[in-house]
Design a protein around this ligand. Structure first.
Ligand code: NAD
Length: 266
């Protein structure tokens, strides 16, 4: 628990990025999946159902859409939640020029709403739709989904290529869209510091990014520091991929680190 080091490491870094998971948003009231109060932890059946979503879309996009329009999403109404101090702290690190990108597994749009400009939504964004053929993203208001449902015209079709449109959220067993997958790998390969915040680091291929970062820098003979901020140890801690773990809540730890960075380093 080398809390004291982290602000110095950030100040010394040349290209710091953050990778974030559901844990950074629990303090905004969105449950994670695998933490003690996680959605899967409390209802393992919900995990099974979630694993079927992508297959459902592939087999019958109309039924997928009818189901989506008929009930609330797994994570609840994301338009009602607000960013928390962890999101704001990362936005501040970007504003002062230290953090170059955030790669997030979260679909909740809270980094963007917290002021971060450079965000890669690795698992998509719940506030967007995406064409599965050409990856064009759409604002959901582009389509009158209720009317399409009434007129039996679902799924919505891409205005560029006529491909079927689904939520931008990447479902289990769905490939990561190649644009965001490639860009995330590039960022991981060039960073010299990665803050890994609130992720259990068990969902692949996202969990490979810290490993890629470490391997690439070592291959180049360069140094790299991987700092985990998490409520509990993860496989990255146990396998010594991360250099150290700051065990705590991201909404408390991140603002303290940023305050020190600003006091000492700028
Ligand atoms: P996860 O549920 O597997 O793990 C969350 C981790 O964060 C756990 O290790 C937990 O102990 C820790 N944690 C919880 N609250 C914390 C806090 N306040 N501070 C620090 N650590 C905290 O989440 P994951 O690794 O992101 O994988 C889950 C997948 O589900 C992701 O792919 C993501 O797309 C999706 N998901 C997204 C959201 C969201 O958008 N907010 C919410 C749930 C799940």
């Amino acid at each position: 628990m080398d809390f004291l080091l982290s602000h110095q490491d950030l100040i010394a870094s040349k290209y710091a990025i953050a990778s974030t998971g559901a844990g950074i948003s629990t303090e905004s009231g969105i449950p994670d999946f695998r933490g003690p109060a996680g959605i899967w932890t409390k209802d393992p059946g919900a995990e099974k159902r979630a694993y079927q979503s992508y297959e459902k879309f592939r087999k019958n996009p109309k039924e997928y859409w009818k189901e989506r329009l008929s009930g609330p999403s797994l994570l609840g109404d994301l338009s009602k939640v607000m960013p928390n101090p962890g999101h704001y702290a990362l936005a501040e690190l970007e504003r002062i020029g230290i953090l170059k990108w955030i790669i997030t597994q979260n679909v909740d749009n809270l980094h963007q709403r917290g002021g971060s400009q450079k965000v890669l939504d690795y698992h998509g964004n719940a506030f967007k739709l995406r064409c599965v053929s050409c990856h064009t993203r759409y604002d959901p208001n582009t389509f009158d989904l209720e009317r399409l449902n009434r007129e039996d015209q679902l799924p919505p079709l891409c205005q560029k290529c006529q491909g079927a449109i689904k939520s931008d959220v990447v479902h289990f067993n769905e490939p990561i869209p190649s644009d965001v997958a490639e860009r995330s790998l590039e960022e991981a390969a060039q960073c010299d510091l990665m803050l890994i915040c609130g992720t259990s680091a068990v969902v692949y291929p996202f969990a490979n990014l810290p490993r890629v970062a470490k391997r690439r820098q070592l291959e180049k003979g360069m140094g790299i520091i991987l700092i985990e901020i998490n409520a509990e140890p993860t496989p990255l801690t146990e396998q010594k991929i991360s250099d150290y773990l700051i065990q705590g809540k991201t909404g408390q730890v991140l603002p303290q680190i940023v305050e020190k960075v600003k006091r000492i380093g700028t």
